[in-house]
Design a binder for this molecule. Structure first.
Ligand code: NAD
Ligand code: GLY
Length: 351
């Protein structure tokens, strides 16, 4: 069974296809949705031996010329040097403006390949083929692409929508358990920010992985259609990310992104109870679900250690940052805060 979710972003419409065993259908789908004659498959060293052969074969079977470039696994690959190498590889392959980049992997590959596609010859088509849960439910959808700079994460990037997202759920079977758990932090995030039904099903463990992915993608697609450029409602997707990014950065990336987001959600929920936005019962249900999933909810670092990093958050603009505060399961508020108010929220996020 193949699930299909339309994404109607103002700058581009596309489908997210979700299903078991659909990787070999990629070539046909690329041929139908793009004008490509040549494709460059971008992947990481762990993903390449597992899934690149099927992807390359599928593209060639559909009459496309296909090559691949493999990068080391890990966040360090989202850097200027690898970005430059990728642009040069696209040029060496003589990709033209009608050709296509295929991002095969997790969020690191998707962000790097997407940014290269956005900027090579002022923009060529790209297709996201997510192979992590985090990429399937979040990073492959919505068109945020980026690399990191020495000054910080995602400091250079573009909003640039893919032509297609194809998620073969079978690929998640080879994902290390820790990475899978980290992806669940983003799944739980969708339940808290907008879908109480999803949250309940997760509590009862009465939902399959393909249904989880479809539900999260529908939620993200709806938000992106309304606010593609992250000036309003899309900010809700940052639930758990303000404190989470500070914790992730302070851990020097020894904590995975999803683990840090889980901590960030635990922190903002505790502060929201003290500030009377959220009931104690809902806070306990959220932290209980995160913990049952095997995720941390408390910061290993104190407020003084995190505050400096928080002040560097790139989402501070005009002296304010938008904090995403849960009001109940399925509903969050967007609360603009000054640095001083942020410090107060931070202090309150500890038991
Ligand atoms: P990742 O891309 O680093 O992948 C995690 C690890 O799993 C890597 O070691 C990778 O090699 C391995 N892997 C991937 N798929 C596999 C598979 N099927 N089997 C075995 N191993 C596999 O991490 P991630 O969590 O997918 O993504 C994190 C990145 O996503 C961060 O850079 C973050 O900034 C970015 N992100 C972007 C957005 C967005 O909207 N663009 C949203 C959220 C996160
Ligand atoms: N991952 C946050 C967003 O896409 O806006």
């Amino acid at each position: 069974m193949m699930r299909s979710v339309p994404v109607n972003a103002p700058s581009g419409q596309y489908e997210v296809k979700i299903g078991s065993g659909i990787l070999s259908l990629l070539g046909q789908a690329v041929a139908e949705r793009t004008k490509a004659k040549k494709c460059m498959v971008v992947c990481g060293e762990n993903v390449s031996p597992l899934y690149a052969p099927t992807v390359l074969q599928s593209l060639r079977d559909a009459g496309l010329e296909a090559d691949k470039i493999v990068f080391p696994a890990g966040e360090e690959t989202k850097c200027l040097q690898r970005y430059g190498e990728l642009l040069n590889a696209l040029a060496d392959l003589r990709l033209t403006r009608s050709d296509c980049v295929i991002a095969l992997g997790g969020g690191v590959t998707g962000d790097l390949a997407g940014f290269a596609a956005a900027t090579y010859q002022r923009g060529i088509a790209y297709v996201q083929v997510p192979t992590t849960l985090l990429a399937a439910v979040d990073s492959s959808v919505g068109g945020k692409t980026a690399i990191d700079l020495p000054a910080g994460k995602n400091q250079a990037g573009a909003f640039y929508q893919p032509s297609l997202v194809l998620c073969d759920t079978d690929t998640l079977s080879t994902l290390p358990q820790r990475e899978l758990r980290a992806g669940y932090a983003e799944v739980i995030k969708y339940g808290v920010l907008g879908d109480a039904g999803l949250f309940q099903k997760l509590e009862k463990q009465s939902i399959s992985l393909p249904e989880i992915i479809e539900t999260c993608v529908r939620c993200k697609a709806e938000i992106v259609a309304e606010d593609e450029y992250d000036t309003g409602r899309r900010r809700l997707l940052n639930l758990g990310h303000t404190f989470g990014h500070a914790v992730e950065s302070r851990s020097h990336f020894t904590l995975l992104h999803g683990e840090a987001v889980a901590i960030g959600m635990g922190m903002i929920c505790r502060a929201a109870v003290k500030k009377k936005y959220l009931s104690k019962e809902d806070c306990e249900r959220i932290t209980a679900l995160l913990e049952k999933t095997g995720l941390p909810t408390e910061s290993p670092y104190g407020p003084d250690e995190l505050y400096e990093t928080l002040l560097l958050d790139k989402k501070f603009s005009g002296g304010k940052l938008h904090l995403i505060v849960p009001c109940s399961i399925g509903k969050c508020d967007i609360v603009p805060v000054t640095p001083e108010e942020l410090r107060e929220w931070l202090e309150m996020s500890y038991e």
